[in-house]
Design a protein around this ligand. Structure first.
Ligand code: AMP
Ligand code: MG
Length: 400
């Protein structure tokens, strides 16, 4: 453990212990529920499928009839959406996929195994009992839980809810996230870039991330490096938002006003975290809003957002599982001079199913984060040899 530095896990523990899930629950149309966090478990009020039905186009038959011969009279035709009559002795029902099995039938023969001649069908292959019948409640039983609370609804979850007739779903309200970006050097794309200035790339990265996690965003743009301007931005954001995330100004340089501003408007913990990229992180409260101040360095703010802000936001949103799921993957590279801090290395899948490392892991360059498919979570001081297994955090896992 580095002296004076907090570990990633220690910082996460404090952060998560203070993340209170939003209280508000709203009932919204199931058609608009994908991406939202389900607030209450959902049970089915019906069996799915609601009745025994055919899994094939073919003929519904009584197996006992086929002991005497292969020919049956086609006495009825049952389409999906209609209901047939009881199957009488020695008859078959022409049936289509999804149509209800008529009472008395105990199997369906695929039409490919039948020959039709007038109103008589010859069954060329005897089916097994229950063949091609989808039984009532075989998918979902009435009263059974179909969706658990605290999960982000995927498209197929909304479909499942709809399949049992749920027209609306209770979800947690979206959290309002305020963003601002400190730095006198910052300029927006589209404006000329005077000497010494840089474009405000963090606005694009962090806002994109906040959108990915389903927040309602208030973007206050660039805030100059002054105590008054920073305090003013904080007050405004605190009045309108649940969480405030900022970039820059959290070091202890002459132009770093986030610390004194948050202290003046609320309360603050300043952390130096044993991670690379990353290091300074500010965490506090302004009014009722939670505050997280990320470093200005574009790679650091991107990585610290994923490692700290992400689980914090997910917990506030009411998600029960906020851990990023790491995957064991093979390193197709050597990393022989590991840092004494836990590192998040920019890597990419290769065609052999292993991971390649971007040639430079310099925290000041953004290119590798765009090139990468994710981050290797490398413990402090661990050298990696080609072929070894590492913990990979793909963006696809971090972005959910
Ligand atoms: P700071 O944390 O304010 O000391 O900033 C650290 C480094 O990140 C400096 O080189 C800043 O110019 C740069 N930086 C700060 N904010 C941004 C931003 N919004 N977009 C791009 N780079 C930034
Ligand atoms: Mg700055």
């Amino acid at each position: 453990m580095n002296k004076g530095l907090l570990s990633v896990d220690e910082a996460l523990e404090v952060l998560l212990s203070r993340a209170q899930p939003v209280a508000g629950i709203e009932e919204i149309p199931t058609l608009e529920a994908t991406g939202r966090v389900l607030a209450r478990p959902q049970r089915s009020t019906m069996d799915v499928p609601p009745m025994d039905n055919s899994a094939m186009d073919g003929y519904a038959i009584r197996l006992v009839d086929l002991q005497k011969g292969k020919k049956l009279k086609v006495a009825q035709k049952i389409m999906a959406g209609s209901v047939g009559m009881e199957l009488s002795k020695g008859t078959a029902a022409r049936i289509f996929t999804g149509a209800p099995i008529p009472p008395g039938a105990d199997a369906v023969v695929m039409q490919e195994f039948c020959t039709l001649d007038g109103d008589e069908v010859t069954v060329n292959r005897i089916p097994k009992p229950a063949e091609w019948i989808r039984y009532a409640a075989s998918d979902v039983k009435k009263g059974g839980e179909i969706l658990s609370a605290g999960t982000r609804l995927q498209p197929q979850d909304s479909g499942l809810a709809a399949s049992v007739g749920l027209k609306t779903l209770p979800v947690f309200r979206k959290i309002r996230l305020g963003l601002f970006f400190t730095g006198d050097e910052l300029v927006m794309p589209g404006e000329p870039l005077p000497p010494g200035r840089i474009y405000n790339s963090n606005r694009f990265t962090l806002r994109g991330l906040a959108e990915t996690f389903g927040c309602e965003i208030r973007d206050y743009g660039i805030v100059p490096d002054s105590l008054d301007a920073t305090r003013e931005a904080l007050r405004r954001a605190a009045a309108e938002c649940d969480v405030i995330v900022t970039s820059g100004g959290v070091s202890v340089g002459d132009a770093d006003f986030v610390k004194p501003a948050v202290e003046a408007e609320g309360s603050l913990l300043m952390w130096k975290i044993a991670m690379k990229p990353g290091r300074p992180l500010a965490f506090g409260k302004v009014g009722n809003a939670d505050f997280i101040g990320l470093p200005g360095n574009p790679v650091s703010s991107f990585v610290t957002f994923l490692i700290f802000v992400r689980p914090f936001l997910l917990k506030k949103q009411g998600l029960s599982n906020v851990q990023a799921r790491g995957i064991a993957a093979r390193a197709d590279f050597d990393w022989m001079e590991p840092d004494a801090r836990r590192e998040f290395l920019r890597v990419k899948w290769n065609a052999q199913g292993g991971l390649d490392l971007y040639p430079t892991q310099d925290s000041a360059v953004l290119t590798p984060t765009a090139w990468a498919d994710g981050l290797v979570d490398n413990p402090a001081g661990r050298a990696i040899r080609r072929g070894e297994t590492v913990r990979f955090l793909p963006y696809s896992e971090l972005y959910r």
